[in-house]
Design a protein around this ligand. Structure first.
Ligand code: FAD
Length: 383
């Protein structure tokens, strides 16, 4: 892998870095306290082209390669994980999946709106009774003439109350497990779809996480994304690339932890000198720095594999597993550098730790990533 960025990649990273320093990072703490990021940010992200990265230009995307997407995601994660998550879901899980699996009408209907920020997408897989074991989801879509009628419930849906469209997974057949699942594009203003915001999250507080209840939701058969019964493949293809995006966000968190720890250690004095001069503080800082670099290299490697058309699923699980655990470690180490001040929300490191914690849980917990990696290595499924 060539680790030198091209002129385009350097430019897009610079654009993202300036935007984050100017319009995201300064507001992150206030958005966290208010439990809502400024909704206007979605349009700005669209105007900058960040909601259309890797989506073909003919559908309103800004093109670009996956490493550019990773670089932007890393910067957004450095500024505010709630903002990063909006992009990872609306672009990463919804628009990119639609670009890969959609027919021409579906792409024309949704992609220009999603990539411009005029519309937001959410990804409806998890249910109250099925999280890690998503293949056994219970939401059901029954064919009725040229339509499907959907009943069921989804939970923990990022962007849930903001979204204009949900990429929803429901059971269309009696086949067991993943075989009977299909994917649908459901506009959120469809009658029978109710959304309830989930409050009291440990982190990602600026993000609208919701429960979706579907009671007789009727969509045309043309709303199905991909072939009937192939919904689980649609979901897994979305999540494989999604894991790269989560990993990139984690690199951003770890980088923010490193930046904050370095700045604080240089100015805080104890025992007559800056704490940066104490060996055990340097240990904390060097541990963070190694985690940042290792997580970054694993994540860039996934983007490189995708851009070269190579298999990347196991590499994406490895990057997501390592980067998410590294982000938690890095934020926790940074908090230690801050001492008692790290424990109050006037300083940024507590939020980094709270935001990092969910990364080991969603888009497949750390245990599930280990099962994916273990299956690839041994050829035996332990699910
Ligand atoms: P469970 O599956 O019940 O797992 C509980 C514990 O058991 C975990 O430690 C897990 O690792 C372990 N476990 C389970 N099975 C095994 C096994 N076979 N071997 C070993 N250990 C196992 N979902 C969406 O569809 N869309 C979203 O946009 C979305 N956003 C989210 C945002 C937030 C803030 C959160 C918290 C969650 C979000 N999720 C979303 C859901 C998320 O993907 C699930 O929470 C996750 O998949 C885990 O499922 P669960 O919470 O039901 O835990």
């Amino acid at each position: 892998m060539n680790l030198e960025l091209s002129a385009e990649q350097t430019a897009v990273r610079r654009l993202a870095r300036d935007f984050v320093d100017r319009e995201v990072a300064p507001h992150a703490a206030a958005w966290d306290r208010a439990e809502q990021v400024d909704r206007g940010i979605v349009k700005t992200l669209g105007d900058l082209g960040f909601l259309g990265l890797t989506v073909p230009e003919e559908y309103g995307g800004s093109g670009g390669d996956h490493l550019s997407y990773v670089l932007v995601t890393e910067e957004l994660g450095r500024g505010d994980s709630s903002v990063r998550g909006i992009v990872s879901v609306s672009l990463g899980l919804v628009a990119k999946t639609l670009a890969a699996w959609g027919d021409a009408d579906q792409k024309r209907q949704w992609l220009p709106r999603l990539t411009s920020g005029e519309a937001v997408g959410c990804f409806g897989l998890t249910e109250p009774g099925t999280g890690s074991d998503a293949a056994h989801l219970a939401t059901r879509a029954v064919r009725d003439g040229d339509a499907y009628v959907i009943d069921g419930a989804k939970t923990f849906i990022t962007n849930g109350t903001w979204a204009d469209v949900v990429l929803l997974f429901a059971r269309t057949g009696d086949a067991p497990g993943h075989h009977g699942i299909s994917a649908f594009l459901v506009p959120t203003d469809t009658r029978g779809l109710e959304r309830r915001e989930i409050h009291g999250k440990l982190g990602l507080r600026g993000q609208a996480t919701a429960e979706l209840v579907l009671d007789g939701v009727r969509v045309p058969a043309a709303a199905m994304l991909g072939p009937v019964g192939k919904g689980f493949s649609v979901a897994m293809s979305a999540l494989a690339k999604g894991r790269m995006s989560v990993a990139a966000g984690c690199v951003g968190i770890a980088q923010a932890a490193l930046d904050a720890a370095l700045a604080y250690a240089a100015r805080r004095e104890q025992f007559g000198k800056p704490i940066a001069g104490h060996q055990l503080v340097q240990e904390l800082i060097s541990d963070i720095a190694v985690d940042v670099e290792a997580a970054r290299l694993l994540t860039w490697r996934v983007a490189d594999l995708i851009d070269r058309g190579e298999p990347f699923t196991t590499a994406a699980s490895q990057a997501k597993l390592f980067a998410s655990e590294a982000a938690v470690r890095a934020a926790n180490n940074a908090l230690q550098v801050f001492g008692g001040y790290g424990y109050i929300d006037e300083y940024p490191v507590g939020k980094l730790l709270r935001d990092a914690r969910v990364m080991t849980l969603y888009e497949g917990t750390s245990q599930i990533q280990k099962l994916v990696i273990g299956r690839a290595l041994t050829g035996v499924s332990a699910f």
